[in-house]
Design a binder for this molecule. Sequence first.
Ligand code: SF4
Length: 242
Amino acid sequence: MKKFGFEIDETDQIADAIIACRKCPRLIEHCRSIAAKKIMRRTSFGDEKYWGRPVPNFGKLPAKLLIVGLAPGAHGSNRTSRMFTGDDSGLWLYRALHKAGFSETAGSNRVGDNRLVECSITAVIHCAPPGNKPSPDEIERCQPFLLKTLQAARPRVILALGGLAWTSTLKAVEETAGISFGRGKARTPFKHGAHVDVNSPYSSGSMHLLASYHVSRQNTNTGRLTEAMLDDVFKTARALSS
Ligand code: SF4
């Protein structure tokens, strides 16, 4: 994008807008309260300075692969400021990303120690919600950031982690592309491995929408999502994005 004769980096523009956003008082207060230690912290991070604000996307835009998660973790990215870092979910995700060549390292411990490769990570909402449960209104308020991210990412592949991310992604693509994925039974429901192809509304060629179970502890600790299952999804994402 050009403004006043200079190239404006859309990644930074979107990040600035997300970080400055205060549209959801309940979530802003929750993130701040954790940072200010008004809410009990996990003892392992008790003395750390928390980010405590809306968390921007991680990775440069445009990106061949866009990952859509649910929300920042209270003691993960709400602490580190980088999507999916600092908690068990991140360990699973970055291990798989690194194995598939989408991340330089299998994790990120501090700002600047990892670079995503042709990949960016966003979320349905950018503030950590109490109990990991955003309200429908909060999802609605944050959706413009997802729309803007999709348009700037121009991805070949979108990978939605979990049912809420899948629903929000289909809706966001419909809104930005003016297409319909159908209603009721005609709409592809969320399931691990779900795959929908459309003509990309953001660039020439096809765009592929993939779904995976979320890398949450509820799924990984119970064996609902295994490393092999996650690796298979990333193998597909790698093949479709090349
Ligand atoms: S969840 Fe989204 S819309 Fe709500 S305050 Fe955070 S960044 Fe803004």
